[in-house]
Design a protein around this ligand. Structure first.
Ligand code: ZN
Length: 77
C-alpha cells in the first residue's frame, strides 16, 4: 500500500499511515534489535480505511541493523 497507494485486498485507495505506529517521533517503539532503547527500529503502519487491512514497513536504512540482529530468522535458508 505504501508503494502502490492502493489496498491489495479490496482495491481501495483510501489509505492512511501512522508513522512510528502512532507513537511520538523518537519514542523508541518498534522492533527491538538489542537491549537498549536506541536499538529499536520504528515501524510505520499503513491502514486501508475501507476493509481495515494493515501493512507495516521499516525504513530501508534500518534493514542492516535488523539483519545483524541475532533474533532475526531468515525463512529461506
Ligand atoms: Zn482494503
Amino acid at each position: 500500500m505504501k508503494n502502490s497507494k492502493q489496498c491489495p485486498k479490496c482495491g481501495s485507495t483510501d489509505i492512511i499511515v501512522f508513522m512510528n505506529d502512532g507513537y511520538p517521533e523518537g519514542a523508541h517503539h518498534g522492533i527491538m534489535t538489542g537491549i537498549t532503547i536506541m536499538s529499536t527500529v520504528p515501524l510505520h503502519r499503513y491502514i486501508c480505511c475501507n476493509c481495515g487491512y494493515t501493512e507495516q514497513w521499516v525504513n530501508r536504512s534500518n534493514i542492516g541493523k535488523l539483519k545483524q540482529c541475532k533474533k532475526a530468522k531468515p525463512i529461506n535458508k
